[in-house]
Design a protein around this ligand. Structure first.
Ligand code: GDP
Ligand code: MG
Length: 382
């Protein structure tokens, strides 16, 4: 099937100031630029505009000079990444497929309950509105702070969760202006331990257990608060996906960027996981049809994609590119789910040979998600 498509994905990252958001973004980006020799890379990741330069500056500062980024360099920013097939030929470039990932970084003030005046509240609501189209949200638990509260982790966790709930309270009226709940809202919330290198022995299952043991009521309270925002609340997951993240190994005076955990599962998490989830919700019939359509998990997928691409031909598919891409992408995700690792590797290689970029990408990302589960870095809500 010829391709000429753009798939859009969005991820929102919430974490207190100092919890590791800037380092995470730079490590994620820099290592994708400087991938090790060996396995042939499938794609090229590129940040749009000046974000490329800034992220590389921070990354190289860490990698070469062991210099951590200055505090609050860029809070509440969005970064748009473009993922394209690597080594694309000149004559293919115009009709090449692309995955566009928008990454929203939320400032620490979301955890400090600081907005008091009307204009501060409106400001907060404005930044919050940006995330409404996100498919996945990461909620960071700061591994350093958790460590500092050894034995009384519940105190830190209570502070973390209740600060965020307070901020949601502040924006709720503003966001639900007519009192109507939202259809479009991040429905997959992953709780991630940042700075996981400070917890070298901890598996993600143990992290999940720690949170349930110390903060079950806080998790439940935040889930209910988020549910106040959305319609169709069976199609929602908070507190059931967990992830370990380490952007680098930090020791006094030294940053070793080659030692990371969970970073290479971020793209699969943003691109493939929400589609897997939506397919499941759709099978359970808890997902509203128009939302299913947006992400392309519609029953028509199998039917429509081949027809549309046949009728329009690869050159003229552009306008409908986004809808078609979402559907094709979703069809690939459905096809690849539950396949064993070896088959996924096979699909990837075959698709690469045929230069079917999106298909190869889905095969690779599906494999990486499964791998992260096997490596005890990711727990997926099933
Ligand atoms: N051990 C460890 N420390 C980290 C990691 N990421 C960040 N840090 C530390 O946390 C500090 C704050 O990180 P930063 O990304 O600026 O936090 P932000 O305010 O959430 O953007 C850094 O200067 C590092 O000292 C990590 O993966 N492991
Ligand atoms: Mg920052």
């Amino acid at each position: 099937m010829s391709e000429n498509r753009t798939v859009d994905r969005q991820i929102a990252v919430f974490g207190q100031s100092g919890s590791g958001k800037t380092v995470l973004l730079s490590s994620f980006y820099g290592t994708a630029q400087n991938s090790e020799a060996g396995e042939p890379q499938l794609f090229e990741l590129r940040a749009k505009d000046d974000r490329h330069n800034i992220l590389m500056q921070i990354y190289l500062g860490m990698k070469e000079d062991s210099k951590a980024p200055a505090a609050d360099r860029f809070d509440s920013k969005k970064t748009v990444f473009s993922l394209k097939q690597k080594g694309i030929r000149l004559n293919e470039a115009a009709k090449a497929s692309e995955v566009r990932l928008t990454w929203f970084d939320y400032p620490g003030e979301w955890f400090e309950g600081s907005a008091t005046t009307d204009s501060e509240r409106q400001d907060k609501a404005r930044t919050f509105r940006n995330l409404l189209g996100a498919d996945v949200a990461l909620f960071l638990v700061d591994g350093q702070k958790l460590h500092d509260h050894a034995g009384e982790e519940e105190r830190y966790l209570r502070y973390l969760f209740s600060g965020f709930i307070e901020s949601l309270n502040q924006v709720k009226d503003e966001i639900l202006a007519d009192g109507k709940q939202l259809k479009q809202f991040p429905r997959n919330w992953v709780i991630a331990l940042s700075k996981a290198d400070l917890w070298p022995e901890l598996s993600v299952q143990e992290f999940e257990n720690l949170l349930n043991k110390k903060a079950a009521s806080d998790i439940i309270a935040l889930r209910s608060k988020l549910l106040e925002f959305i319609e169709h609340d069976e199609a929602f997951s908070f507190g059931k996906d967990f992830l370990l993240l380490s952007s680098a190994k930090f020791t006094p005076g030294h940053i070793d960027i080659s030692q990371r955990k969970g970073i290479d599962v971020l793209l699969p998490l943003a691109c493939v996981l929400p589609v897997q989830r939506k397919l499941r919700w759709q099978n359970l019939k808890v997902l509203p049809a128009d939302l299913a359509m947006r992400i392309g998990t519609n029953d028509l997928v199998q039917l429509v994609v081949p027809i549309v691409s046949k009728v329009l031909g690869s050159q003229r598919i552009n306008n409908r590119g986004v809808a078609v891409a979402a559907m094709a992408f979703s069809a690939f995700v459905e096809h690849m789910a539950d396949q064993p690792q070896e088959s996924l590797q096979g699909f990837r290689d075959e698709a690469m040979q045929k230069r079917e970029f999106l298909k190869a990408l889905v095969a690779e990302f599906t494999r990486k998600l499964d791998q992260a589960v096997d490596d005890r870095v990711l727990v997926r809500d099933l």
